[in-house]
Design a protein around this ligand. Structure first.
Ligand code: NAD
Ligand code: ZN
Length: 386
């Protein structure tokens, strides 16, 4: 079968790989109908991780069940399912407590598992014709048969729940004002979640005009272009004493907002991937909360020099302390949210499909990776269809 294979920094190819097989009685196999490209794939694509060439990417997968392991009890051939990007067992202590992004069984020695991702276990990705889903009764969420809502359902694998999780981490409540840094898919879904959950004011910060336009149109957000001046000052000009809560939907590849060196960003060294976290600390009111779904990686002594220290970033903890703020972070526990979010879509109460800018043939993955990586105007969320 064909799959999107990582070849090295800034290069993927669509080429033949082995088809997955049932490896355990609790597996199912699916024929992929949609697999999305994610901002998280870009960390590997840009060569910022220890990912080795040969990985098949793809952790946001929808498909139709073709083969059912003999221990699987709730699924049958022909069922349409979406798989959370997390691979989780369903019965360890974390899974039992809903923390399915931190399953302790699927990937010993590391917190959690995922498809097609460096260090996240032996689970190959779904940007391919077929995928194996382990612990399938737990990991495969049933969807109505047919192809209705296919785009919106594909967003249930990751970015819609992850955006929702971002504002949960920030302890968002209806009536709150919220600032979201990053208008990529995760940030836009955080802003959309805030809208449908009754935010009073929403600010979305980025520099890509087409992404900011989506935030304005679909999330009723006030948009802030960080290239037009310190985003914190821009938000404070509109919202005096600071917003109730904030979300970092950028992560450690944050563009420095202080390229001029005029001190507008908080970090004096200006090479600091913590620029967004520090901006958030300044943006949110004293005692407000910060949700950080944006990805940061631990220090890795075995990694090349330029990667080894990535985990140690210069957060202004003193200001966080002074303001008595709290923060929450980590992988989204997709299973905690995806059933309810599916039902909101089915009942017509939520429709995040406006996020999808492209649905293309799997063969077009190399061009689309390049365009998404360059944050080209109008390239917001790309869905691959084998
Ligand atoms: P993306 O790269 O498409 O979006 C990031 C956006 O941030 C871009 O539009 C970029 O222009 C903007 N940006 C860059 N620097 C900025 C700055 N200083 N201030 C404000 N905006 C800035 O990626 P995405 O798919 O939206 O994912 C965002 C982050 O969330 C990534 O780090 C990704 O790995 C992470 N993620 C985490 C989880 C989780 O479970 N916690 C799940 C999915 C993605
Ligand atoms: Zn993803």
């Amino acid at each position: 079968m064909d799959a999107v294979v990582y070849k090295g920094p800034h290069e993927v190819a669509v080429e033949p790989v082995d088809e997955p097989e049932i490896e355990h009685p609790n597996d199912v196999l699916i024929d992929i109908t949609t697999s999305c490209i994610c901002g998280s794939d870009l960390h590997m694509y840009e060569g910022r991780t220890a990912a080795e060439p040969g990985i098949v990417f793809g952790h946001e997968n929808v498909g139709v069940v073709t083969d059912v392991g003999e221990a699987v009890s709730s699924l049958e051939e022909g069922d349409r399912v979406v798989a959370p990007f997390n691979v989780a067992c369903g019965f360890c202590e974390n899974c039992e407590n809903g923390k399915t992004g931190f399953c302790t069984n699927v990937n010993p020695g590391f917190a959690g598992g995922a498809y097609g991702y460096v260090a996240m276990g032996p689970y190959t990705g779904g940007q391919a014709e077929k995928l194996r889903i382990p612990y399938a009764d737990f990991n495969a969420l049933q969807l109505p048969k047919g192809d209705e809502h296919e785009d919106a359902f594909a967003l249930l694998a990751d970015v819609f729940p992850t955006g929702w999780h971002g504002i949960e981490l920030a302890n968002f409540e209806p009536g709150d004002s919220v600032a979201v840094y990053g208008a990529g898919p995760v940030g836009l879904m955080a802003a959309y979640s805030a809208k449908i959950r009754g935010a009073a004011d929403i600010y979305v910060v980025d520099r890509v005009p087409s992404r900011l336009e989506l935030a304005e149109e679909h999330c009723d957000a006030t948009t802030i272009n960080f290239e037009e001046g310190d985003p914190v000052e821009q938000i404070k000009a509109a919202h005096g004493g600071g917003v109730d809560c904030g979300v970092d939907a950028v992560g450690y590849q944050a563009v420095d907002t202080d390229k001029e060196g005029d001190g507008s960003a908080y970090d004096p060294a200006r090479e600091n991937p913590a620029v967004v976290i520090n901006n958030l600390i300044r943006t949110v009111k004293p005692t407000g909360e910060l949700g950080i779904p944006g990805l940061y990686v631990p220090e890795d002594p075995g990694a090349p020099d330029e990667m080894a220290a990535q985990g140690r970033i210069g957060i202004d903890f003193g200001l966080l302390f002074e303001k008595g703020q709290a923060l929450g972070t980590g992988q989204c526990n997709v299973k905690e949210y995806n059933r309810q979010l599916r039902d909101l879509i089915v009942e017509g109460r939520a429709d995040p499909s406006w996020l999808v800018s492209h649905r293309v043939d799997l063969d077009e993955a190399p061009e689309m990776y390049e365009a998404f990586d360059n944050r080209e105007e109008g390239v917001t969320k790309v869905l691959l269809e084998p």
